[in-house]
Design a protein around this ligand. Structure first.
Ligand code: SF4
Length: 76
């Protein structure tokens, strides 16, 4: 399983994650921060668990590209 976590409140809206992984991230027009699509929120952290390993590389690239380091990608 691929587990992606986003600490959304620290997002500065640079859009890099959307460029790297457009299937998982989308900019919010409301507050200019990224949205982890289908992510479930708990105490400010959004988490997506997926069995689709095809998303792994793009999400790892998004994690590396994020200038404030708020995207984590783990395999379980
Ligand atoms: S790369 Fe990081 S700071 Fe930039 S929009 Fe995505 S989550 Fe926000």
């Amino acid at each position: 399983m691929v587990i992606i976590t986003l600490q959304r409140n620290k997002c500065i809206g640079c859009n890099y994650c959307v460029e790297m992984a457009p299937s998982q991230f989308q900019m919010s027009k409301k507050d200019g921060k990224t949205v982890l699509l289908h992510g479930i929120e708990k105490k400010g952290f959004f988490t997506l668990k997926s069995n689709d390993f095809n998303i792994l590389e793009a999400c790892e690239n998004a994690s590396k590209a994020c200038p404030v380091n708020i995207i984590s990608v783990k395999i379980n």
